[in-house]
Design a protein around this ligand. Structure first.
Ligand SMILES: [Zn+2]
Length: 302
């Protein structure tokens, strides 16, 4: 059963401020923060949440304001920004600060950025959690598509980040590429019932989808679902809408008809429309359910 988003309001918290200047004792107290009310009532039931976008990368440096205007104009009113590594953290936080309550930052170390120095990178991640507000851990996971050299380190970094998520009671955004069994083995070992989050850009089998949802995680569905050669539509036939959240993964993986071009959050309605067609339901229902899922997942900040 999915609780409906509150009418006339929304429990989604504003990523109001960063904790700049807060004392370390204050930063470490990590008391649950009250949800701040929406600055304005939910204007319609088509509000979408892009649960995965890297709008802070250089691809957007020339027109970031226009990209944000198009996203907001298309009903994408919350955008989750997962981190990549220590080099991206500054621009990620600058964007979250520029769009408070709209762009909500996560902190983590991306698996393709895990190398010999990964312990130092994880120290940096932990340091950021002490200094600023984040709505989750990510993105983390294991990527064996490009390179298996650092598999041992990737496993360790993933495990450590699941433990951060548990300690801070935050959702975790997981990147899986040619690594489902490696990821799932660690997730099962670390799952104490409290871990939740998203298998970002899910592209696995129906059996894997069942494992993900059975573990209390959501499937992140993006532009791939619109590709004519995607197996995802068939896999989703056995997955209830209540297990889905929507994402773009901008600037990558643009939905049709923008496939191959730069992706942006304003294209998210194309993904929502495709999902609505697959489930044979109105767009509003897809928006309402996936937004409620995202709100529930990212409702707390560290
Ligand atoms: Zn990503």
């Amino acid at each position: 059963m999915i609780p409906e988003a509150e009418e006339g309001g929304n429990p989604f918290p504003a990523a109001d401020t960063l904790k700049g200047g807060a004392s370390s004792a204050d930063a470490l107290s990590r008391r649950p923060r009250p949800f701040s009310a929406f600055d304005q009532p939910n204007p319609d039931d088509r509000m979408l949440v892009d649960t995965h976008a890297h709008l802070y990368v250089d691809d957007f440096s020339g027109d970031r304001e226009q990209v944000m205007a198009r996203a907001l104009g298309n009903g994408v009113r919350r955008i989750i920004l997962p981190n990549i590594d220590s080099a991206s953290a500054g621009s990620l936080l600058a964007m979250a600060e520029a769009y408070p309550g709209v762009c909500l930052p996560l902190m983590g170390l991306h698996p393709t950025s895990v190398r010999e120095d990964y312990k130092r990178e994880l120290d940096a991640v932990n340091g950021w959690f002490d200094r600023a507000l984040f709505h989750g851990v990510g993105e983390t996971g294991i990527d064996l598509y490009w390179d298996r050299t650092f598999l041992v380190q990737q496993r360790d970094a993933f495990r450590e980040q699941l433990r951060i998520a548990r300690r801070l009671a935050l959702p975790v955004v997981i990147h899986v590429r040619d690594s489902f069994s490696e990821v799932f083995e660690i997730l099962e070992a670390e799952q104490d019932g409290s871990l939740t989050g998203i298998f970002h850009c899910f592209s696995g089998s129906a059996a894997e989808a069942e494992k993900v949802t059975g573990a209390g995680f959501h499937l992140g569905i993006g532009g791939v679902v619109t590709f004519s050669n995607s197996s995802l539509p068939r896999v989703l036939e056995s997955v209830d809408l209540q297990h889905l959240v929507l994402e773009t993964d901008a600037p990558w993986l643009s939905p049709v008809p923008f496939r191959g071009k730069r992706n942006e959050s304003g294209y998210l309605p194309l993904v929502a429309q495709k999902v609505a067609a697959l489930y044979g339901c109105p767009l509003e229902e897809v928006a309402r359910i996936t937004t409620a899922n995202a709100v529930r997942l990212f409702k707390s900040a560290s």
